[in-house]
Design a protein around this ligand. Structure first.
Ligand code: CP3
Length: 347
């Protein structure tokens, strides 16, 4: 039988009895192979060395046979390339040395030359595509404008996003300038990935859900829409998946988006999401990542439930977690989940 790119084909409308599967954050600390390399290098060095990024990208493919390989990198490489000094601190996550707080800070963000400053990502993409089996789909990605902005303005992880939202409400013009610059940077960034072999694009909007539906619509959505429209024009053959975490309260608005796939978190059922999204997209998701800390019976029950719902979706299903896999997840639980997915027969 000819080897098929199941993940890519699903996004183009083909349906399979056993859905394609991959996991957000599938290359990471829960894997001993990853930790072994991580002992020797800091995280940004790993991102910036194409051979290492390639090796890590392939680890979950070799270990689990995932249908999708997601480029090993981080969403925050883009603000770094725009001139913001970034560090990943042990136990604290990403930290920007000088968060954006004024109009001047935002005006200083540079897009000029960003393509060269991110060329290490494009080199990694190229190397990965060359090393990857033909039936695996290479997923490129970026962070959505507001998710990047949340880190850039807050400076690190935040509880209430007071700086970000204050800027948005009180100096909307500067906020818009920042969002506009991010959209333009992301267009260039995605272009480099597609030209070097990315076959599907993910847009991670981890913080979409920190806004009321009205604020999301007013302040955030126009930029998502602009970015999506540009990507669809520039790369009509490359499917795009949007992952707006916590967006269940405004799925009706998202029906307007010209994307192929929608990532669903576990706060909505796939069935409900499909209804609210009017069956317009292939849905990706949505097992709660913490289910992988449960006993086998629970993993089996919940995986089957997601599969059953996935099977009834109008456009199709890509099995995934509802957010990234957690660092302490037992590798064996991932194998159990995959066993349930692959054992499935629909007779
Ligand atoms: O999915 C993959 O396997 C590909 C690689 C990938 C990483 N980050 C690697 C990473 C992807 C797609 C991301 C996206 C990302 N990064 C998002 C959006 C998706 C999501 O999970 O919400 C966000 C918000 C970030 C920002 C980020 N990067 C945080 C908050 C952290 C620290 C938290 C943590 O898990 O340590 C990172 C670091 C990071 N990015 C690691 C990895 C493997 C851990 C680095 C380490 O080894 O210490």
């Amino acid at each position: 039988m000819k080897k098929e790119k199941k993940l890519l084909n699903t996004l183009k409308g083909k349906k399979y009895d056993i859905p394609p599967v991959w996991m957000m954050r599938q290359a990471g600390r829960y894997m001993p192979q990853y930790r072994k390399i991580r002992e020797k290098y800091d995280f940004m060095t790993m991102c910036k060395t194409p051979e290492i990024a390639c090796e890590i990208t392939l680890q979950p493919i070799d270990e689990f046979g995932m249908d999708g390989a997601i480029l090993f990198s981080d969403i925050l490489t883009v603000p770094e390339a725009m001139g913001m000094k970034l560090e990943f601190l042990e136990g604290k996550g990403p930290v920007f040395e000088s968060p954006l707080r004024t109009r001047e800070d935002i005006e200083k963000l540079s897009i000029e030359g960003i393509e060269e400053r991110l060329s290490y990502v494009f080199d990694a993409v190229k190397l990965i595509r060359m090393s990857l089996d033909e039936d695996k789909t290479l997923i490129g990605f970026a962070g959505a404008p507001i998710t990047l902005a949340a880190y850039m303005v807050e400076g690190s992880s935040s509880r209430n996003y007071v700086y970000l939202k204050s800027l948005m409400y009180n100096d909307t013009r500067s906020f818009n300038l920042m969002m506009e610059k991010l959209v333009n940077a992301l267009i260039v960034y995605y272009k480099g990935q597609v030209e070097n072999g990315a076959e599907v694009l993910m847009l991670f909007d981890t913080f979409a859900g920190i806004f009321s539906p009205a604020d999301y619509k007013r302040y955030v959505f126009p930029f998502v829409k602009k970015l999506v429209e540009n990507l669809k024009n520039n790369h009509p053959e490359t499917p795009l998946i949007y992952f707006p975490k916590g967006a269940g309260g405004f799925y009706n608005l998202l029906t307007e988006l010209n994307v192929d796939g929608m990532g669903i978190d576990w706060f909505s059922s796939l069935t409900d999401a499909d209804q609210k999204l009017e069956g317009k997209f292939v849905l990706q998701g949505n097992l709660d990542p913490v289910v992988l800390f449960a006993d086998y019976q629970v993993i089996e029950r919940e995986t089957k439930r997601v599969l059953e719902e996935g099977r009834k979706l109008k456009k199709g299903h890509i099995f995934n977690l509802g957010h990234g896999i957690l660092p302490q997840t037992p590798v064996d639980s991932v194998k159990k989940m995959l066993g349930v997915i692959r054992a499935r027969n629909f007779s």
